[in-house]
Write a protein that binds this ligand. Structure first.
Ligand code: PHE
Length: 450
């Protein structure tokens, strides 16, 4: 075990560990997915449910993944294997690895759009005057060959970073970029105050209309909480396997959840006032943010520069998320399949490229190809976020709550008694009962049994 620890990279500093988990959590999930999910699910009520799920399910599960990852210093499958002699739990490890490839496949397409929008901002291509022209421009940028090329460019960036290794590339980039991104979001939020649709947008986002709550709204909010916190697929577990022994897991979990949620809310405050100011519909779906943002930038002095900077930082925030997703399968291929890091990275890249091609083509040649009424892009998103991640999270919760010894949990949370952690009893109670039961009931509800 001692040898194994020495061989594995360890994040150099505590702040580095927090910055990288926040780097994984903050990304398109907050800026792109949260506003569009809130938009199609009625705004305020969705937000409240999402917040409840982050607090009651998200934070306990972050702790559970951290405990398994840092305790075993293993990839997701290895973590289950080290902590239990039975092989039944392997399925949750495998599910996590498959989900990570599904997510990166559609994520890379949207991340490709951010890169395209960044370049289009510099060349003035985003300065349309009418909504129709803007929609037309958006379609041109995001469909057909363009979309495919930029998806592949994004993946190329992603896997190049991974060749540089965990500690160097990711840690340095996250430390500098995340705070800068946060500041930029605050600046745009302040700008929202001056928009004519400010109060309409804020009411939409913060005033819950509970008559709009349906089973799909509840499942959507749960899926969003998992997606945004990078939970349920072993991503946080894998990252925690690189934490140093000194890292306070409970604090890291709370900080990650808090910052991630703040960014999502900031994104909402930026997007919804603009939606109402410029006469757009909050229910536009996945294209919402890309159609709204150019409106905001256009009315700002030096809009082109704001736009360039925003999309550049969003591109980089997406990279820190996809790097963390890829690390799940790479660490699995290295540790369970005995591959070198280089060939593990190639293998992960290979599967991601195939999945991403299918998703990118959903906006072109494959747009009519549907399974259960969904194209590949929407199917991969729905299946991973709303089904696979909650199931993975339920498995992890039951595993840490019932199979892992309480002493083990305590040792991880207190660094073998070096400091105090007051919430162990509550945490175990949540992991045993509240989290798995809540997820189970939401599933029953969504298939119409409850
Ligand atoms: N949480 C990331 C985001 O909000 C997405 C992600 C999901 C990253 C799953 C890793 C694993 O953008």
């Amino acid at each position: 075990m001692g040898e194994a620890i020495k061989e594995r990279a360890v994040f150099a500093t505590k702040i580095g560990a927090v910055a990288t988990t926040v780097g994984s959590a903050v990304g398109l999930g907050n800026i792109w997915r949260f506003p569009y999910e809130a938009g199609i699910h009625g705004g305020g009520a969705f937000l409240i449910l999402y917040l409840i799920f982050v607090l009651l399910i998200g934070i306990p599960l972050l702790c559970a993944e951290f405990i398994m990852g840092r305790g075993t210093r293993s990839n997701v499958l290895g973590a289950y294997r080290k902590l239990s002699p039975t092989r039944h739990w392997d399925y949750f490890g495998i599910l996590g690895i498959v989900s990570s490839i599904l997510i990166i496949s559609f994520y890379a397409v949207v991340a490709g759009w951010t890169a395209e929008f960044c370049i289009a901002s510099i060349s003035g291509q985003l300065e349309f005057t009418t909504q129709e022209a803007r929609h037309e421009g958006f379609m041109q940028l995001t469909t057909g060959a363009n979309s495919i090329i930029w998806t592949l460019i994004f993946l190329f960036f992603n896997f190049s970073i991974l060749f540089l290794g965990v500690t160097k590339g990711i840690e340095r980039a996250s430390n500098i970029l995340m705070p800068l991104f946060f500041l930029l979001l605050i600046a745009f939020c302040i700008n929202s105050f001056n928009l004519p649709g400010f109060s309409a947008g804020i009411n939409y986002l913060f005033q819950p209309d509970f008559s709009k709550v349906s089973s799909s709204v509840i499942l959507g909010a749960l899926g969003q909480a998992f997606f945004s916190l990078s939970l349920g697929l072993g991503c946080m577990m894998t990252y925690a396997s690189y934490f140093s022994d000194r890292n306070r897991l409970g604090k890291t979990a709370a900080t990650t959840a808090l910052l991630d949620t703040m960014v999502a809310i900031l994104a909402g405050i930026i997007i919804f006032p603009a939606v109402f100011s410029f006469g757009l519909s909050p229910e536009a779906g996945p294209t919402l943010v890309f159609e709204v943002l150019p409106h905001i930038f256009n009315q700002l002095p030096g809009g082109m520069w704001w736009s360039t900077l925003f999309f550049l930082l969003l591109f980089l925030a997406s990279l820190t998320s996809t790097v963390s997703m890829s690390e799940i399968s790479i660490s699995y291929f290295c540790e369970e399949k005995g591959m070198t890091r280089k060939s593990a990275t190639f293998t992960s890249a290979f599967f991601s490229f195939i999945g991403a091609l299918l998703c990118a083509m959903s906006f072109g040649w494959l747009s009519d190809f549907k399974i259960f009424g969904l194209n590949f892009f929407n199917l991969f998103d729905y299946v991973s976020s709303n089904i696979a991640l909650p199931i993975g999270g339920m498995g992890c919760s039951i595993f840490v709550g019932w199979v892992v010894k309480k002493r083990y949990i305590e040792n991880q949370l207190t660094d073998f008694g070096a400091f105090k952690f007051k919430f162990i009893g509550i945490l175990v109670f949540f992991l045993r009962w509240i989290c798995p039961m809540a997820i189970f009931l939401i599933f029953l509800n969504s298939i119409g049994i409850l």
